[in-house]
Design a binder for this molecule. Structure first.
Ligand SMILES: [Zn+2]
Length: 301
């Protein structure tokens, strides 16, 4: 029996309009909907008067205008970035033209794998380099608010979540979303680290998750546990494919992903690759050549 993930996607909002979500949290959603971003990038504004912006989003002038309008008469003192995908960090560059606030993040794209950062995938923002590099457990203090940095590699090697301590509200970026599972695409995406980063959240007492895409998650641990179980099921499906004589990732995808349109098979294949890499790391699978999409995978006998 497949695990049931309590997905949620309903959200009432208007592009360019700021929504009050709690005493200390507001959100503006960028008009960049897609099968990967749902309605678009949700940029959060933390605090009042002197505020932090979390993920300015894509390089979209209209969205930056909307953020500026939402914070009119206030000062943006910090810009926090969860990770360097094209729908999260490029807006920093545009925002910088109007606002003199330092950016915070784990490091440039790929920096969770290699010190200097490495170019790994198409949708990466390779220009972003935070003014302040933050690490797990760091506290960033603003005027009337503070956030704890929670390093969560897996979706990308530099993915980091931020907890607004006053509300125990965790901004989960693309690590945990209500409407969808996360894409984990090697080599920068790493399934082992992703699952470890999910388990890390089970040791925390965050009251609510605010993902970049889609609505908030209130049943935090139940949601994370379902994601972990879902990944375990994927492994079982992959091993089952191989037992049935299906050795290539491209042939596994239609067997495993029965409900996705064909144009998403490429992304699904990357996710299967991530699982396969993890199974090879644990010595459960072997591959006939270099790890990748175009080799045969066999059970370790
Ligand atoms: Zn992302």
């Amino acid at each position: 029996m497949a695990v049931s993930i309590p997905f949620r996607r309903e959200l009432e909002f208007e592009y360019g309009h700021v929504d009050e979500l709690s005493p200390n949290i507001r959100r503006v959603i960028a008009n960049n909907p897609s099968p990967f971003t749902l309605y678009g990038t949700g940029t959060y504004i933390l605090g009042r008067g002197s505020v932090a912006v979390v993920d300015p989003g894509p390089a979209d002038a209209a969205h930056i205008e909307a953020i500026l309008k939402a914070t009119e008469g206030e000062q943006i003192s910090h810009v926090l970035v969860t990770h360097t995908h094209a729908d999260h960090s490029p807006g920093c560059r545009l925002l910088r033209e109007h606002v003199d606030a330092p950016t915070y993040g784990f490091g440039p794209h790929g920096s969770g794998m290699l010190e200097e950062g490495v170019a790994t995938e198409e949708s990466a923002d390779r220009d972003f380099d935070p003014d302040v590099k933050v690490r797990h457990g760091d506290i960033v203090e603003g005027d009337g608010w503070s956030v704890e940095c929670v390093y969560t590699p897996g979706h990308t090697s530099n993915h980091i979540c931020y907890q607004l301590r006053e509300e125990r509200a965790l901004f989960t970026g693309d690590h945990v979303m209500g409407w969808s599972t996360s894409i984990v695409s090697p080599p920068d995406g790493d399934m082992q680290r992703y699952i470890e980063s999910l388990r890390l959240l089970l040791d925390r007492d965050d009251a609510r998750y605010w993902p970049t895409h889609g609505p908030a998650i209130t049943e935090t641990h139940r949601h994370v546990e379902a994601f972990i179980e879902h990944r375990r099921e994927r492994e079982v499906q992959i091993l089952d494919c191989i037992r049935r004589g299906i050795h290539r990732i491209a042939e596994m995808v239609p067997q495993i992903y029965l409900e996705i349109p064909e144009f998403m098979y490429g992304a699904a294949g990357r996710s299967v690759l991530a699982h396969v890499v993890y199974l090879v790391q644990r010595d459960e699978l072997v591959c006939a050549g270099e790890l990748g999409m175009d080799v045969d995978y066999h059970l370790r006998t």
